[in-house]
Structures are given as structure tokens and as C-alpha cells.
Design a protein around this ligand. Structure first.
Ligand SMILES: Nc1ncnc2c1ncn2[C@@H]1O[C@H](COP(=O)(O)OP(=O)(O)OP(=O)(O)O)[C@@H](O)[C@H]1O
Length: 474
């Protein structure tokens, strides 16, 4: 489909508006010489090949406008098969560009003598008018192309990621999931709260995927990841020339992109105050205004936002708008940290072992009891994200089928215990020592390498050999 055909409904409305202003008929053809839009006699010719092949072909080739003043006496019409019964008396045409290439032609047509007189008398002005109309179409083509490119990129990212799959049978997690599923169908704003890595983003995806908006991509924006001076233009877009450095043709904002979909505003606590004010307006009026733009653009969006910050404290301190807080906090959902729901750990570990086995073509089957104990005893400050990373690390380094305590990184292994009996400090120290040596002494290490290791660990060679013997490492 040609670029102009892709936006045919827009173009048809456009030519009708122009025709009613000019009191002449207007048509647009694409570079394949198919009529994309038309008024008057040409309304019924949309989708058909056009005559004027010579005239239009010349415009496509040269990129310059042209005029037929009189069909019966114009060199442009020589050779045209329809000349004898052509109803047009005059035709003023101008090329439409996209990325410096001619993709179509817009033309004003006179079917009646009065119209012809009008076209010829006002030719200069009309030519100028057509030029501006062509520029507007070029800008529309550009923004539509940018928008669909962006959507394609987002789709690629979206499909590259595995679909959300929540693991967690703990009552706290089940409660969060129950609310999430229940509110998915409504358009009410959801406010996700929880520490970093607790699953706020996948909860947002779940809500979107269970909603009636799922056919369109959820648009995510991390307010903390964008420099403060760019948040506004990212969210609301801008018009050409809105500020120094603004791109030609302007830029589509994330709110416009999220029309008929869901927008996920992550780290909303990091949104600068002036942008908060503008966001509040968008939520109240359901329309966005681009920076430097003159007319508001209506948007139909569902907002889901998230933060790990204490937003109530921010409201009290005046760094987050109170009215916005109430506007956003319609359906609060709390995602509990992993240390408050340790019972979810075995299922999460099994889930991610399966995930990385598949992804990395590994064959891990599980964890030795002491290793699992250590994982459960650890506090997981980075929550599920940290757990996922650890399982990825283990899937890469573990040789056997089961993860042992000594496979775990030290900061987690230190939480390990052997069986139910409480262990002495000496036992735990020995365990730790063994793990360090196992990691540092390569199997089959040469005498020279072992001597070098003794130097690194700042112990005598005799001590090193004694310890290696004790732990069965030689
Ligand atoms: N309950 C869960 N089941 C399975 N995977 C989970 C769960 N919770 C989180 N994850 C995974 O952990 C990682 C981090 O989750 P997510 O990005 O949703 O957290 P977040 O709360 O949005 O973090 P941040 O606040 O840092 O943006 C993701 O890869 C996600 O798939």
C-alpha cells in the first residue's frame, strides 16, 4: 500500500475541507497514479487509475508543480486517451513529498467555466496554497511513519520479553493478584506500590493484558530514567520549532502513542513538579497539548503508575502534588517484598531454573537442601529481580544437576545451615573457608599456581597445603 493510501480516510476528509473553502474540486493521487481522494465527479473514482498520465508523470518526475489551462489546447494533454471526453477545464497541481521523494500529487480542478476563470485569475495564490497543503500532508506522513516505526520497535521489545507470568501463592501475593485481575476491565487509575524488583511492571502488564485495551501496546515510561528537562517532551510531544534542537516535523509524545491503550508511568515519584501539573491536566481533561502546539489532542488512555518511594511523605514535604496524588491513588495495589513472603521462594526458584534451562540450554534440576535453606534465609533486598539474576548466574556456572551451598555467592551462602542442628562458629568458618578454596584452586592446578595462591591469600605454603588436604581438594 502506498504511503498516501495508508492514510486515505484522513486525506479524503482533508480534500473535502479544502474543496469547500476554494469552491473548486480537489483530488489527490499517489505515485502509482491511483486516485486516493477526490471531490465532485471524482468522489466515485477513488481507487481507480487516473488519466492525465503525461501531466502527472511529469510532476512525479520533476518534483515541480504544473498547470493545464485548457484541456483542448495544452501540450500536457497531447496523447491522452481521454482528451476527447475529458470533463476538466483546468488543473493546477503540486507534488506531495515524503523524505524528499514525490509520493503523490494534490490538484485543484475546474469542471465549470467560472471555476476555470477563478483558478487562472488566482493562480499565484492557489499555487502557494497548494504548496502549504502539500507541506501539511508531508508532516502528517512523517508523524504517522515515526509513530508506526516506534510502535514496531516497541512491539519487538514486547515480544522479545516473555509474557508476564506471576509466581506466588503467598496470601499477600494472592491478594495483590486478586485486586489486579478484578480491576483490569475498568479504566480506573491503578497505583502500584512496592520496593524495587517486586513485580510492579509485570503487574501493570498483566492488568493491561487482561483489559479490553490489550490489542494495543502498553506504553511504558520510566520517569526516573529520563533527564528532567526531557520528561515533558517525551510525555507530551512537541511541534516543530518548539525549542532549540526540536526535530523537524516535531515529535509524538507517549500519551498520544498510548491513545486507546494503557500508559505505565514507572517511578512517578521522580516526575518533576511542572510535569506533574501538566499530567494532572491531561487526566482531568483527557487531552494533551504538545509543547509549542496550539490545539489540544484528545486521548483515550488508562493510566497505571508505580513508585517505590514514600509518596505520602513527598506530599507532606511538598515535592509531590496532593491533588495529583488523589487523582492517581484510586486503586492502590501493594506488592510485598520477597522477605515478607519467603514461602514464595521455592516456587520462584523452580520457575526461574526452568526459564534459564530453556534459555541457556542447561539441565539444572534443583537445589541441595542446604543451598535452598540459604536462599530462603537471605533477605533479598533486590527482590525478585535479584533472585532472577542469581538463578541466571547459577544456571551458567553449576556443572552438576543440583545447586550446592558452595555454588552460591558468598553473601547468600553465609545464610546457609546444615540440617536442623545449630552449628558452631568453627563449623561455619570451615564451610566458608572450604568454599573460598574451592573457588580459587582450579582442578589440576600446578605447584607454581598453588604457591602463587598462598602468596595471594597471605598464608604460608604449608598452611595452604594443610587446608587443601583437610577439605579433600588435593
Ligand atoms: N511474582 C513474580 N513472578 C515471577 N517473576 C517476577 C515476579 N515479580 C517480579 N518478577 C520478575 O522480576 C523482575 C523485576 O520485576 P519488575 O520489573 O516488574 O519489578 P518492579 O517492581 O517494576 O521494579 P522497579 O521498581 O525496579 O522498576 C522482572 O524480570 C519480573 O519478570
Amino acid at each position: 500500500m502506498t504511503p498516501l493510501m495508508k492514510i486515505q480516510p484522513f486525506i479524503q476528509a482533508y480534500v473535502q475541507a479544502i474543496a469547500s473553502i476554494l469552491e473548486a474540486d480537489v483530488t489527490i493521487v499517489d505515485h502509482e497514479l491511483i486516485r486516493v481522494a477526490g471531490t465532485g465527479d471524482y468522489l466515485n473514482e477513488i481507487g481507480n487509475a487516473v488519466s492525465h498520465a503525461n501531466f502527472f508523470e511529469k510532476i512525479l518526475k520533476t518534483g515541480k508543480g504544473g498547470i493545464i489551462r485548457d484541456v483542448n489546447d495544452d501540450s500536457n494533454c497531447v496523447g491522452c486517451k481521454k482528451r476527447a471526453y475529458c470533463k476538466e477545464l483546468a488543473n493546477l497541481a503540486y507534488p506531495i513529498f515524503q523524505n524528499q521523494t514525490v509520493v503523490g500529487i494534490i490538484s485543484i480542478i475546474a469542471f465549470r467555466e467560472q471555476q476555470r476563470k477563478n483558478v487562472l485569475e488566482n493562480m499565484g495564490k492557489l499555487e502557494e496554497f497548494l504548496k502549504y497543503m502539500s507541506m501539511l500532508l508531508e508532516s502528517k506522513l512523517y508523524t504517522d511513519e515515526a509513530k508506526s516505526k516506534l510502535e514496531e520497535q516497541l512491539k519487538a521489545v514486547h515480544t522479545a520479553e516473555s509474557a508476564w507470568s506471576f509466581v506466588g501463592d503467598s496470601p499477600k501475593m494472592q491478594e495483590a493478584l486478586r485486586i489486579g485481575r478484578k480491576v483490569a476491565k475498568s479504566d480506573s487509575t491503578v497505583f502500584l506500590r512496592g520496593e524495587s524488583g517486586t513485580g510492579k511492571e509485570i503487574m501493570a502488564k498483566m492488568i493491561h493484558d487482561l483489559s479490553d485495551r490489550r490489542e494495543k501496546l502498553m506504553i511504558s515510561i520510566n520517569c526516573a530514567a529520563i533527564p528532567e528537562n526531557l520528561v515533558e517532551s517525551e510525555l507530551f510531544g512537541y511541534e516543530e520549532g518548539a525549542f532549540t534542537g526540536a526535530r523537524k516535523h516535531g515529535s509524538v509524545g507517549k500519551f498520544e502513542l498510548a491513545d486507546k491503550s494503557t500508559i505505565f508511568l514507572d517511578e512517578i515519584g521522580d516526575m518533576p513538579l511542572p510535569v506533574q501539573t501538566k499530567l494532572l491536566r491531561v487526566l482531568q481533561e483527557k487531552q494533551v497539548e504538545r509543547i509549542g502546539g496550539r490545539k489540544p489532542i484528545p486521548v483515550d488512555i488508562r493510566v497505571i503508575c508505580a513508585t517505590h518511594k514514600n509518596i505520602e511523605k513527598m506530599v507532606a514535604e511538598g515535592t509531590f502534588r496532593e491533588d495529583l496524588y488523589y487523582r492517581l491513588n484510586i486503586i492502590p495495589i501493594e506488592l510485598p517484598p520477597l522477605r515478607m513472603r519467603r514461602e514464595d521462594l521455592p516456587a520462584l526458584i523452580t520457575h526461574y531454573i526452568g526459564y534459564y534451562n530453556q534459555k541457556l540450554n542447561k539441565h539444572l534440576e534443583g537445589m541441595e537442601p542446604e543451598a535452598l535453606d540459604a536462599m530462603i534465609a537471605y533477605d533479598w533486598p533486590g527482590n525478585v529481580r535479584e533472585l532472577k539474576n542469581i538463578v541466571e548466574y547459577l544456571a551458567n556456572i553449576v556443572e552438576g544437576t543440583h545447586v550446592t551451598l558452595s555454588d552460591l555467592p558468598d553473601h547468600i551462602a553465609l545464610h546457609g545451615s546444615r540440617g536442623d542442628a545449630p552449628r558452631s562458629l568453627d563449623e561455619m568458618m570451615s564451610d566458608y573457608e572450604k568454599r573460598i578454596l574451592m573457588r580459587m584452586v582450579k582442578p589440576g592446578a600446578s605447584l607454581e599456581e598453588k604457591n602463587h595462591l598462598a602468596d595471594t591469600l597471605q598464608v604460608s605454603r604449608a598452611t595452604l597445603y594443610r587446608k587443601l588436604k583437610k577439605y579433600d581438594l588435593i
